[in-house]
Design a protein. Structure first.
Lengths: 318, 173
């Protein structure tokens, strides 16, 4: 791989990382608005407020960047970057279509999971370093939640890897068969629920429950650093949707996959992102004990059962 | 020196430096965060040596779970922003720790250099399939024994916490 190719690949991944989360954000504005009988942004940019998020970005950039006096300066400033870069790294190995991927990693599933595991340090660092009791409470809630939901997510992903017989994301898509929609369904449900919980979105937004603890770990953040956390959340939706598409929905597989593979991946991932947004409008927040109960008493057993079913199936058929 | 040598040296130096910072810092939470850097760069060492799977599992388990658990435990106890003097140790203990650390390093370096120094080993394997074949073929019994050990400690931890939470229980610590 030449230097030029590395640069081109990096720039393309970075461009996707900057554009796709904005698209998801704008979709959320409009979808939520229409589900609640509102119009949503209508003025910025003219056509149905398409430039609303650009305007928001300009507004964030103009705001003062405040670091509280009691805060741990370096950790406080580093936290948004940790959150954001993890998803950028994860995005770089997700395949768009056959052969089109930022970097083809052998153990792609593990790579994505490991990158996102580093990202969960971001809210923790923010929560502790702000020297604010609401932030600390939010940080603790985030730690408890992310630890609990990482396990079912890894179990569900492991089931798919076992079924495909490979850890490579491209390999999994190539092995995918429509029948997987049926016998990997429990794993898919577990993965989707755990993914929403990892993103700390409604109904799993205990860590930043704005009516209880202001905004959790992000309470003290202003300006661009706050915007980076928000961007990380939407980048997280993009990464999770693409990962779900690749693992459970067969990525680029579909009619005319040779020519339209990239479109299939994007359409399926958009559908998943839509469902994630829909969750936010449809359900109220889970309480902390309900949240832990769901993870340990429902998702982990389901994930283990799915892994057992997949194991038996693979042993019987090969 | 090849590119891999340079990379390995760079990653190794960062790992060693952050490890030293992790034990010498006066900020409790900073120690945990420097540990993240150490474990992450250690994964980098594995990666340079061609063990991709081990590197990724290292990040997933140690950074993603173990350090997050450490941070969570620190937040539950008192972990104030800024240096905390109550966790400081006396000069005698510091010197003793430094001597023990230096001794261990010298011993390990001596043994490893004497045993393997200068010998070039061709790496084959390291791939996921190769590793899985070894782990679940030749080394399956130690592997299963370890999993039983972990299960026992898990159940024991649960039992201890349950017994202490029960006010009527006669078993008290």
């Amino acid at each position: 791989m030449s230097l030029l190719e590395v640069v081109v690949r990096s720039v393309v991944v970075l461009a996707a990382f900057l554009v796709l989360p904005l698209l998801v954000g704008q979709t959320e504005h409009k979808v939520m608005a229409h589900m609640q009988g509102r119009l949503g942004p209508m003025y910025a940019g003219g056509f149905h407020g398409w430039a609303q998020l650009v305007a928001d970005g300009v507004k964030f950039a103009q705001k003062e960047d405040v670091t509280p006096r009691e805060a741990d300066r370096w950790v406080f400033r580093l936290a948004p970057a940790v959150s954001l870069v993890a998803y950028l790294v994860a995005l770089s190995v997700l395949p768009l279509t056959s052969g089109v991927v930022g970097a083809d990693v052998g153990a792609g599933v593990l790579f994505v999971l490991a990158a996102m595991a580093v990202g969960i340090l971001g809210p923790l660092m923010a929560g502790w370093a702000s020297a604010n009791k609401y932030s600390l409470l939010g940080g603790m809630r985030a730690a408890a939640q992310l630890l609990s939901y990482e396990l079912p997510m890894v179990l569900a992903a492991a089931s798919v890897a076992l079924a495909a017989g490979t850890l490579s994301l491209s390999g999994i898509v190539e092995q995918w068969h429509p029948l997987w929609l049926v016998w990997q369904l429990p794993g898919a449900v577990v993965f989707l629920v755990a993914a929403v919980a990892e993103l700390q979105r409604v109904p799993f937004d205990m860590p930043m429950a704005d009516s209880e603890i202001v905004f959790g770990p992000l309470t003290e953040y202003t300006g661009l650093r706050f915007a980076f956390f928000l961007l990380a959340e939407y980048a997280g939706i993009v990464v999770m949707s693409l990962l779900f598409t690749v693992l459970f929905l067969g990525g680029w597989q579909g009619p005319f996959a040779a020519a339209l593979g990239w479109l299939w991946t994007l359409v399926k991932a958009s559908a998943v992102a839509f469902v994630v947004i829909w969750f936010r409008v449809a359900w109220p927040r889970l309480r902390e004990d309900q949240l832990q109960r769901l993870a340990w008493l429902v998702l982990v057993p389901l994930g283990l059962a799915q892994l057992a079913i997949t194991g038996v199936w693979v042993v019987l058929t090969t | 020196m090849t590119t891999l040598d340079v990379l390995f040296t760079a990653v190794g130096v960062i790992a060693a430096a952050s490890a030293v910072l992790s034990v010498t810092t006066r900020h409790v939470v900073h120690a945990a965060l420097w540990l993240v850097v150490t474990l992450g760069t250690l994964a980098g060492c594995y990666l340079v040596l061609g063990a991709e799977l081990i590197a990724l599992v290292q990040v997933l388990i140690y950074v993603g779970a173990v350090v997050v658990l450490v941070l969570f435990a620190l937040m539950l106890t008192r972990a104030p922003v800024g240096p905390s003097a109550e966790h400081d140790t006396g000069p005698v203990q510091r010197v003793a720790a430094a001597v023990v650390a230096a001794g261990t390093t010298a011993l390990l370096a001596g043994v490893l250099l004497a045993a393997l120094g200068g010998r070039t080993v061709q790496i084959h394997g390291g791939s996921t399939t190769e590793l899985a074949t070894q782990l679940f073929g030749r080394w399956v019994w130690p592997f299963e024994l370890l999993s039983v050990l972990l299960l026992v400690s898990l159940v024991a931890a649960l039992a201890i916490s349950r017994l202490r939470a029960d006010p009527d229980s006669e078993v008290r610590s």
